[in-house]
Write a protein that binds this ligand. Structure first.
Ligand code: 4NP
Length: 157
């Protein structure tokens, strides 16, 4: 059966496209790509239709991952469509919990909770002057996506 994961941050141009692209790469590497439907979305509407921030695109390219997505805003229907909705920080989680329609199936989870190194918060690098925060985001996403898929495999979640 197909499982589905939606990665969400504030703008859908920095953290969540990186998380989506990393998750896509990891399921490919694990040979379970066909089992997953994957997307990302924003809580806010400011960047709808835009490609990722150039620093996010560069980090993905540096790591050999291509990404074609454009920003979109999360809709109520996403909570019915997706099994897992990941937020990047605690603000994302409280906004998602507020928006989640009653009785919808999505599990709202903090992505960093699956990082075996315990680095729970994927902080917003948008206002940074450089790209270090983007590389850190990539590394956190890589560890957490693998950690999450390990738990799925072990049927812990
Ligand atoms: P993201 O970063 O949530 O990781 O995509 C942000 C991008 C844009 C804004 C905030 C955060 N913004 O306020 O425009």
């Amino acid at each position: 059966m197909t499982k589905s994961a939606l990665f969400v941050c504030l703008g859908n141009i920095c953290r969540s496209p990186i998380a989506e692209a990393v998750f896509g790469q990891v399921v490919k590497d694990r040979g379970v790509e066909s089992e997953w439907k994957i997307d990302s979305a924003a809580l806010g509407g400011w960047h709808v239709g835009n490609p990722p921030d150039s620093r996010a695109s560069k980090i993905l390219k540096n790591h050999g991952i291509s990404y074609q997505g454009r920003a979109r805003q999360i809709e109520d229907n996403d909570f019915k469509e997706f099994d897992y909705i990941f937020g990047m920080d605690n603000n994302n989680i409280s906004n998602l919990r507020e928006q989640q329609p009653k009785g919808s199936k999505a599990k709202v989870l903090l992505l960093g909770d699956f990082d075996p190194e315990g680095d729970k918060i994927i902080r917003d690098p948008y206002y940074d002057s450089g790209s270090e925060g983007f590389e850190k985001c990539y590394q956190q996403c890589m560890r957490a996506c693998n950690g999450f898929l390990d738990q799925i495999k072990e049927k812990k979640i």
